[in-house]
Design a protein around this ligand. Structure first.
Ligand code: SAM
Ligand code: SF4
Length: 332
């Protein structure tokens, strides 16, 4: 399938992230607005039929991989049915899910038979009290068991860990040891200014460089994995003894915009060519006004062409400030 989603800098969109809800059963401090969460009205949220139609159009334009995210995607009833339908779309090579893991183990069999290929489970601490502080829930045991079950049934599993200075940066070595013991890749994510409460400050960002320093003093030398997908957001590193792989998503200190091949569909039906784009393009209204597949395709191609060079140019337009966009409405 020849890709038609190309921007003016020559970047081609091959991966689509679909946020299926802005709602969540956790309250992560770096993501959800504190107290006053105003959810999208259910009429504003794309139906499964609308998501499937748009996903097929994206696939015809060259998208090969789709990741289902949220909010928490598993709070949306019958999500496995949506995954099943997306899995049947021609040209889609893989479907992933990003989840906080709270409801995952209850659904694992249905998800496995739906055609889902990979699961990224978010986990920021191995300490009960800290897990509660960071996520607003007591679910550490459930998340750990979800990770185990995801592996047991044969999913490709990765862990996402947002590292916030003073919150959990002292657990970086423990997470890397977890990666070494289990063989599961842990991806450390720098705290991005996309939280709903507006707590982001640059000094809360614990950088990739600092994480590597911790790993090297706590475990041993790390070096970049030689063969890795150039466009993947995580830069993978291995330890000199060959045991364990960790990844870094250094969106703040080393933005990787020139290699970006991702686009996003929010649960309220906006097309984002960049995580930092605001407000994006209201594709839902166009679809609900009766646009044909061809008209929707032309619209997406046009929006894609206007993709900004990267976070640097978007910061020039919007400023790097908290609440620039709300992560729980986009899904990472
Ligand atoms: N609820 C699911 C979860 O937590 O995995 C999916 C949605 S969540 C928005 C997707 C990913 O974004 C998670 O791994 C989460 O840790 C990460 N995330 C949320 N807010 C972030 C922020 N301000 N900076 C960096 N990563 C963030
Ligand atoms: Fe929910 Fe995921 Fe945001 Fe945490 S990071 S509040 S689990 S959407």
């Amino acid at each position: 399938m020849k890709s038609k989603l190309i921007d003016n800098y020559g970047r081609i969109a091959k991966k689509l992230r679909v946020s299926v809800t802005d709602r969540c059963n956790m309250r992560c401090g770096y993501c959800m607005p504190k107290n006053n969460t105003k959810w999208f009205d259910s009429t504003e949220v794309l139906s499964f039929e609308e998501i499937i139609r748009l996903s097929s159009i994206f696939a015809n334009l060259g998208v090969e991989k789709i990741r289902i995210t949220g909010g928490e995607p598993l709070v949306r009833p019958l999500i496995e049915n949506l995954i099943k339908s997306i899995a049947k779309i021609p040209h889609i090579k893989s479907i992933g899910l990003t989840t906080n893991g709270l409801l995952f183990s209850d659904k694992v069999k249905k998800l496995k038979s739906s055609g889902l290929n990979s699961v990224n489970i978010s986990l920021d601490s191995f300490k009960e009290d800290r897990f509660k502080m960071m996520t607003g829930t007591n679910g550490l045991g459930k998340v750990i068991s979800s990770i185990q079950k995801a592996r047991d049934v044969g999913f490709d599993v990765k862990i996402n860990t947002v590292v916030v200075r003073g919150w959990n940066d002292d657990e970086v070595v423990e997470f890397a040891n977890f990666a070494r013991h289990t063989g599961i890749t842990v991806r450390f994510i720098e705290f991005m200014p996309l939280d709903g409460t507006g707590i982001w400050r640059s000094d809360l960002v614990f950088s990739k460089k600092e994480m590597i320093e911790k790993l090297e003093s706590g475990i041993g030398e790390v070096s970049p994995v030689l063969e890795q997908e150039i466009s993947a957001p995580a830069k993978l590193y291995s330890f000199s003894d060959g045991i364990g792989t960790v990844g870094f998503i250094p969106s703040v200190t080393e933005p990787f915009c020139n290699q970006c091949d991702r686009i996003r569909l929010t649960s309220d039906g906006r097309f984002l060519t960049c995580l930092f784009e605001n407000p994006g393009y209201d594709i839902k209204s166009y679809l609900r006004r009766g646009a044909s597949d061809e008209e929707l395709s032309q619209c997406l191609i046009h929006c894609m062409a206007m993709k900004q060079e990267g976070i640097v140019s978007l910061i020039r337009i919007n400023g790097l400030k908290p609440k620039l966009n709300l992560m729980h409405t986009i899904g990472g």
